[in-house]
Design a protein around this ligand. Structure first.
Ligand code: NIG
Ligand code: FE
Length: 417
């Protein structure tokens, strides 16, 4: 009796021409495409948003013969939902003006010195209400979900005062409750030293530690803290003292570093950051330091495309034995595209990444960078988050550089598009 009830609540989705589970992929190092586990004519059996079993569709159908079947007509390749581990999608206004200035030869730092850059977005974001910000963020998160991104990290960082940063984190939290996609919030109050702060960078960071982070923690708004370390942002010395205190408070740490100048890996290793993100300027020494530690390199091709700058040395990182995660960095300044699949495909072409390395970087390895053990791999017990692409060969997806879009997206076992 119980068994019948149990079985009738399950759904078998398929058949899929190829099912790429992303299971059994090592956490670090170079990968070859023959390491991809491919189930031909596959199916996914799921219940209450979780995967019960993956396997051959026909065999699953026979094994669980009272199961509800969600038939998929035509040839499709299925992969885990994509995970974007680094975005700044909670902002108001546009920076098209900055972009035009860059096209006419001004650099990112020059534009910031002229009053554009991050500060421009801070001024616009400060004027928006929680509701307005939540609406803008929801639209962007839904756009990502429709492209097959089922988990999205979202940073604050355009408020830069206790009150404004709390407003942004509240907006992000509202969106998380409203929509199907899972949002992982990160506090980036240490984005730049706000122009209206009358004090030193150390004093500003102390204010964050003493007044903002306890609130963030008590209101359960985020368990992660990020800081931008570079020329025009925070110094190593200030960052080290800040991150030491942040760690004592119990936050996980991620770092924006090595975007324009190299040298952040030592600090990232010391504070046991989960990830070091950007790395466009990382040299051989940085790569060796990352290979010797456990900090995950996150590369952001969208920022290279937005700035017209070289890509991070993804190939060298993998060959040195590190993990590699690719994220969109979607933000109004450096990375306006907001299309993870296109950006990852392009990075793969320039950096000579195998298809296995690219897919791992936006699925299973990305899940590890967010400390999420229940996604990124299609296997028993994980979330039923998956995308189906209309093709009979997985190689077509990256080959078409983002133009072959997910035709169907499932989040927690429910079809979204
Ligand atoms: O990841 N580098 C720092 N922060 C963002 C850019 C933010 C902006 O320009 O608005 C980034 O590139
Ligand atoms: Fe960023």
């Amino acid at each position: 009796m119980f068994l019948i009830f149990y079985e009738c609540c399950m759904t078998l989705t398929g058949p899929f021409k190829q099912l790429l589970t992303m299971d059994n992929i090592p956490e670090k190092g170079a990968l070859s495409d023959d390491q991809l586990e491919i189930i031909s004519d596959g199916g996914i059996l799921h219940r209450d948003g979780k995967i019960i079993e993956t396997g051959n569709f026909q065999e699953l159908k026979e094994k669980y013969d009272t199961t509800k079947i969600e038939w998929v007509e035509g040839d499709y390749v299925v992969l885990p939902g994509m995970i974007d581990v680094h975005t700044h999608i909670c902002w108001a206004g546009s920076r098209a003006e900055d972009y035009a200035l860059r096209l006419s030869g001004k650099s990112y730092l020059e534009i910031a010195e002229l009053g554009g850059g991050i500060w421009d977005t801070v001024e616009k974001t400060r004027k928006a209400s929680v509701e307005e910000l939540a609406d803008l963020t929801e639209q962007r998160a839904n756009r990502l979900l429709k492209m097959g991104v089922t988990t999205i990290e979202v940073k604050s960082g355009y408020g830069l005062s206790v009150k404004q940063e709390l407003k942004i984190l509240k907006a992000i939290s509202l969106v998380n409750k409203r929509i199907m996609v899972d949002i992982i919030p990160t506090c980036l109050a240490a984005h730049i030293l706000p122009k209206d702060f009358k004090g030193t960078e150390l004093e500003y960071l102390d204010l964050i530690v003493e007044k903002l982070l306890p609130e963030v923690m008590s209101q359960n708004l985020s368990s992660r803290v990020d800081i931008f370390i570079d020329k025009g942002a925070f110094s190593f010395i200030a960052a080290k003292s800040y991150l030491t205190k942040v760690k004592e408070l119990g936050f996980d740490i991620v770092i924006h570093g090595d975007q324009f100048n190299s040298g952040t890996a030592t600090l990232a290793n010391e504070v046991q950051a989960l990830s070091l993100d950007h790395l466009e300027a990382a040299d051989e020494q940085e790569i060796a330091l990352l290979a010797a530690g456990n900090v995950i390199p996150v590369v952001l091709p969208g920022a290279s495309l937005g700035l017209g700058e070289p890509f991070a040395p993804a190939r060298l990182l993998l060959d040195a034995g590190t993990s590699l995660v690719i994220a969109s960095d979607w933000n109004p300044g450096t990375a306006p595209m907001g299309n993870l699949l296109t950006e990852a495909s392009i990075l793969g072409a320039y950096e000579k990444l195998t298809m296995a390395e690219v897919w791992a970087a936006i699925t299973c390895r990305a899940a590890i960078a967010l400390k999420l053990s229940d996604r990124g791999i299609l296997r028993k017990g994980n979330l039923a988050d998956f995308n189906a692409f209309k093709t009979d060969d997985y190689k077509e997806i990256l080959y078409q550089q983002g133009q072959l879009k997910a035709g169907m997206v499932w989040k927690n076992g429910e079809i979204v598009i």
